[in-house]
Design a protein around this ligand. Structure first.
Ligand code: ATP
Ligand code: MG
Length: 435
């Protein structure tokens, strides 16, 4: 992509309304624009990242055997009256009336809707277990939308739902999601920390929140420093096997939120205890038969009896992750994208656009990068070098290649990893360094 053609409305001023780094950087880098409080439009730079995150989530869901569906954003109030949540949900629910006077709502989540689909389609234990997911926009009329996309009113969520015949099978489904979440967040360059969570009014005893550490997070976190040396991607996973031993290993290390942490009983020594803040990027829970009972989602078991199905739901804040990753990975001058979610891998900087030599070397590199399928943003504008370098640092692409007249004469270009040191290399070997 040529920078001269790319729609990336960057800001020089620090936007006054943005209180935390990720919000400021997303606005400055032209990733999003606010449409109304907590409602954002995604511009090309932001949308590219959102899609990368979504794709990692999708791949890791598919790996567990979960199947992707897409349910609508607008739901009939009727379903929520059946579960009893229409009144319980309160003001966070955006309620809509259609032209026939029917009560509708913009879904804040989809338990009722998926339970309705299930009860109309699945009859027998032979069709279980089932794991379904979708990636769809949600609306919650948050009291205080803030921190940009991290606490929006409209936001993109991956939500999956499991259906099992009994508790033992439900536990296996839960464990699949647990392990898949570890992998999903690790692939985004994050260190996920699962913390046992209250399953609250919803009942059941399997519930974890996945937290990533960031000073600006909304949750207090107390955890063993050993968490920083964990690597979920080092695990060899067979999703058809019983994953309990892996889950046990990952819940052995201490991690607790404010409500659950008690210094008097904390098993971790003070010098080994990390105390800080975190961002909730995912939440999984098993809620047993809460919805299947109230909404009549039953299957016949092997004895021919009708039994309510065991369910769980599992959310990931896809759009929140864009902000969360920036919170976890930035410096004083801009974003530092982990390569797996970076909008482009390389920023190619022409330090003297219009100079025949620089143009030719850049074009050659640009073509070579395209041929190697390396997404590149080529800054071909007639701008000062300082402006271009500052913008590249701001948008945080993993690699920068700078081509200037002096280097062109000597047959070299400058190459730099975001956050690292500049290095002069022969122009021909620049590509090889990246591939
Ligand atoms: P929170 O405590 O942050 O409000 P929640 O418990 O309401 O989260 P869930 O209902 O479990 O969240 O939703 C699943 C995931 O969706 C959360 O883990 C979070 O990553 C994301 N999420 C929830 N609310 C928002 C929001 N207002 N804006 C962006 N993402 C959100
Ligand atoms: Mg909430």
């Amino acid at each position: 992509m040529r920078r001269s053609k790319f729609f990336m409305p960057t800001l020089k001023e620090i936007p006054a309304e943005a209180q935390i780094p990720s919000h400021r950087l997303m606005l400055r880098a032209g990733m999003v624009r606010q449409t109304a409080a907590g409602i954002y439009s995604w511009l090309p730079m932001g949308y590219r990242v959102l899609k990368k995150i979504e794709q990692i989530v999708r791949e890791e869901m598919d790996a567990t055997g979960a199947q992707e569906i897409l349910m609508p954003t607008i739901q009939p109030a009727e379903l929520w009256r059946e579960s009893g949540r229409y009144d319980d949900y309160g003001k966070e629910m955006l309620r809509i009336t259609d032209r026939h006077g029917r009560d509708m709502l913009y879904g804040p989540t989809n338990e009722e809707q998926i339970t309705d689909i299930f009860r109309k389609t699945v009859r027998s234990y032979r069709d279980l277990p089932k794991l379904l997911y979708h990636i769809q926009w949600k609306f919650r009329d948050e009291v205080r939308p803030r921190f940009g996309v991290m606490r929006g009113r409209e936001f993109l969520m991956k939500d999956s739902y499991s259906f099992d015949l009994d508790y033992e099978s439900a536990r296996r489904s839960y464990n699949k999601m647990f392990v898949s979440y570890l992998r999903t967040f690790a692939r985004m360059g994050l260190t996920p920390i699962p913390m046992a969570a209250d399953s609250g009014a919803i009942g059941g005893d399997m519930s974890h929140e996945f937290i990533i550490l960031a000073d600006t997070g909304e949750s207090a976190v107390y955890c063993d420093k050993a968490w920083f040396n964990t690597d979920p991607l080092s695990l060899d996973i067979d999703f058809d096997a019983d994953l309990q031993s892996i889950v046990d290993r990952w819940t052995e290390l201490y991690a607790a939120a404010d409500e659950k942490h008690d210094p008097a009983t904390c098993p971790v020594d003070a010098d080994q205890l990390y105390t800080g803040r975190g961002i909730e990027v995912g939440h999984i829970f098993n809620f047993g038969t809460k919805y299947s009972k109230s909404m009549g989602a039953t299957v016949s078991n092997s004895e021919g009896q009708e039994v309510p199905v065991e369910m769980g739901s599992y959310g990931i804040g896809v759009s929140r992750l864009v902000g969360a990753i920036i919170e976890a990975s930035h410096d004083a001058v801009g974003i530092i994208w982990p390569p797996s979610v970076a909008p482009f891998q390389v920023g190619l900087i022409n330090l003297r656009a219009g100079d025949a030599g620089c143009d030719a070397v850049c074009q050659q590199l640009y073509d070579g990068l395209a041929a190697a399928n390396i997404e590149t943003l080529y800054d071909d504008r007639d701008e000062r070098a300082g402006v271009k370098f500052a913008e590249m640092d701001l948008i945080g692409l993993p690699w920068q290649i700078a081509v200037g007249p002096r280097g062109v004469k000597a047959g070299t270009v400058e190459i730099k990893q975001r956050g690292g040191e500049r290095e002069e290399v022969p122009a021909e070997s620049a590509l090889a360094r990246l591939t």
